[in-house]
Write a protein that binds this ligand. Structure first.
Ligand SMILES: N[C@@H](CCC(=O)N[C@@H](CS)C(=O)NCC(=O)O)C(=O)O
Length: 227
């Protein structure tokens, strides 16, 4: 077994993105296996029969197969910079709950209407519900502080950002023209160029386990921040 954790991941999966960013923020070296969701490797199915990504296999054999729990493992102890602690406020826990619940529900039905035929609501109505359940409350928060963690980001920012990114990408022109969500747009724009996000989107070869990210991606700003 590997001396460092192995993450089964999928580059475009928002749950996997939050796990990769948390591991990077913690300065945790890991090996990443890029999974094809259409052809999941037997090693993944053996570790976690529910067969979703991300899945983290620890060197002692333990398996963590929920993204938020991978974030907890990476960030909670030690938590010198408070990235986990700041995410434990009732408000921030509720943001993740809504993100993974109602927001994801409506996002999927807006983004993939062909997968959800026979819905009572139209795709645009799902889009509008998604704005109401998560983005308006985020806007209120981000007008008073630059990050969901307050002055500094926290696990909540990492957990929610990949889903807001996905939402914004469904119809970029509509997103840019959307009134009243300027603070969310600016928060998202900042995260799209943040070294943690840029590093987490490194492209892996399709086969095998690879040190993630390759050392050159860790140089510069990211390693500065983790010193
Ligand atoms: N609750 C899980 C959800 C993970 C999840 O649903 N991941 C998707 C990919 S984005 C997946 O693996 N779906 C299974 C599939 O498509 O076969 C977590 O937080 O880790």
């Amino acid at each position: 077994m590997s001396q460092v954790p192995t993450l089964y991941t999928f580059r475009r999966c928002p749950y996997a993105m939050r796990a990769r960013m948390a591991l990077l923020q913690a300065g945790q070296v890991f090996e990443a296996v890029e999974v094809s969701l259409r052809d999941k490797p037997a090693s993944l199915l053996a570790l976690s029969p529910k067969a979703t990504v991300p899945v983290l296999q620890l060197p002692d054999g333990r398996v963590i197969d929920e993204s938020w729990e991978i974030m907890r493992w990476a960030l909670a102890a030690p938590d010198a910079q408070g990235w986990w602690a700041r995410a434990q406020s009732p408000e921030n826990l509720e943001r993740v709950r809504r993100n993974d619940g109602d927001f994801k529900h409506h996002l999927d039905r807006w983004k993939y209407p062909q997968r959800y035929t026979g819905e009572a609501l139209s795709p645009d109505a799902h889009r509008d519900r998604a704005v109401e359940v998560l983005l308006r409350p985020l806007e209120a928060r981000l007008r008073e502080a630059p990050q969901l963690g307050g002055a500094h980001p926290c696990a909540t920012d990492l957990a929610v950002m990949p889903f807001v990114r996905q939402f914004a990408a469904v119809d970029p022109a509509w997103w840019e023209a959307l009134p009243d969500l300027a603070a969310v747009r600016s928060w998202l724009s900042g995260w799209l160029v943040h070294p943690l996000f840029v590093a987490c989107m490194h492209k892996l070869p399709a086969e095998g386990a690879h040190r993630f990210p390759p050392r050159q991606d860790l140089d510069g700003e990211l390693s500065e921040r983790n010193r």
